[in-house]
Design a protein around this ligand. Structure first.
Ligand code: PMP
Length: 364
């Protein structure tokens, strides 16, 4: 038999750089402080843990396919229509569904220069061309997005607040973008929306007003359920119908469904997580600024600490690791002179500020 060549994938697939998740451990250390993946330092709520433990009793059964109970709970919590919600395996899966359904060869998917890495990956996986528009001072630039749009643009992803910059644009600016590019769906990624303020709607109001706007949300951040993998989207009925056609019937496990439902009903855990995050985010930003490390005002559960140059950021990262602290180098996001630091609990914030203070003192 002649050796056969390995079958090649579709165009675009080999352009995808493998996603590098934040490290979880450092070899030889048991006291690692992980501040690299924007996880909730308080974990999941007790009610959520109990619900997941109860669900484990029936894990030999397939889960429901319609997610009706979870969608109803989300709808009640946010004042939305449950029939216009779809749930996915993290909002990552929803981003994937959107690209599969609305992008493809010959189309373009637009996002911002320092946007979330999955937009590019999902666009390439769908055979579409990813286009990154420049930002202004690490903030989404609506004019730059409008200028970068073409008649091939099918999707525009804007995270608000954005990861990894933590900055935001107003609802009016997003509406202006949606009006200026009517040939595309505008996806407002609200992964960090709950951290902004108790009454911030994450873009739901725009979805109500404009048929070409989609909002995505996640249980991975403020609800402390990154490991359970649950995200959701709110959109026009027609869009939800499209996405449901490509969704696997059992995409969410029964544990994930029960855990997320308990989480969205637990307002006390949400409020505590939000207020502690705001308090400690202000504290950490001020503590780092005092030590000569500025950051932009952040609306999320992390801050983007800016150093003199990429070498200094890398040296600070190395020192933090030496002290058992993992933060995120964001060179992959085009910000090699920055470190993204998740807001931990009070002791964690003090520990990271102390080490960065030592690093900066050593350079003076
Ligand atoms: N969007 C943004 C802006 C994010 O930062 C993340 C998580 N890093 C996600 C979406 C995806 O989160 P998940 O798939 O866990 O819902």
């Amino acid at each position: 038999d002649q050796p056969r060549p390995v079958i090649q994938p579709q165009p675009g697939i080999m352009e995808i750089a493998l996603y590098q998740a934040g490290a979880a451990t450092l070899s030889g250390r048991s006291d690692v402080l992980k501040l690299s993946s924007n996880e909730n330092p308080f974990g999941a709520s007790d009610k959520t843990r109990e619900a997941v433990a109860r669900a484990a009793h029936s894990m030999h059964r397939y889960p429901p396919t319609d997610h009706l109970r979870l969608r109803t709970a989300i709808a009640e919590a946010h004042g939305l229509d449950p029939d216009r919600i779809i749930c996915g395996v993290g909002s990552d899966e929803i981003i994937h569904f959107l690209c599969q359904a609305y992008a493809g060869p010959g189309t373009e998917v637009l996002f911002t220069e320092h946007g979330f890495l999955m937009y590019r990956i999902s666009a390439l996986a769908a055979g579409a061309t990813p286009i990154a528009a420049p930002e202004r001072e690490r903030t989404t630039d609506i004019d730059a997005l409008i200028a970068a749009a073409t008649d091939k643009t099918r999707l525009i992803f804007v995270a608000n607040p954005n990861n990894p910059t933590g900055t935001m644009v107003t609802e009016d600016e997003l509406a202006r973008l949606a009006h200026a590019v009517p040939q595309a769906l505008l996806v407002i990624d609200g992964a960090y929306a709950e951290y902004v303020s108790p009454d911030f709607d994450g873009g739901a109001g725009l979805v109500e007003r404009l048929p070409n706007v989609v909002m995505t949300r996640t249980f991975s951040k403020i609800y402390g359920l990154g490991g359970l993998r649950v995200g959701w989207a709110y959109a026009a009925r027609e869009i939800i119908d499209v996405l449901n056609r490509i969704r696997g019937p059992f995409n969410l496990s029964s544990l994930a469904l029960e855990g997320a439902e308990a989480a969205v009903r637990d307002h006390a855990h949400l409020d505590h997580s939000r207020s502690e995050n705001a308090r400690l985010r202000d504290w950490l930003a001020a503590a780092l600024a005092e030590r000569g490390v500025p950051s932009d005002p952040s609306f999320a559960n992390f801050i983007l600490a800016r150093f003199e140059d990429a070498a200094t950021a890398a040296a600070c990262d190395a020192m933090l690791r030496g002290e058992g602290i993992i933060v995120r180098l964001v060179g992959g996001y085009g910000l090699p002179d920055c470190l993204r630091i998740t807001i931990g609990d009070e002791a964690s914030c003090r520990r990271v500020a102390h080490v960065i203070g030592q690093f900066m003192a050593g350079r003076a």
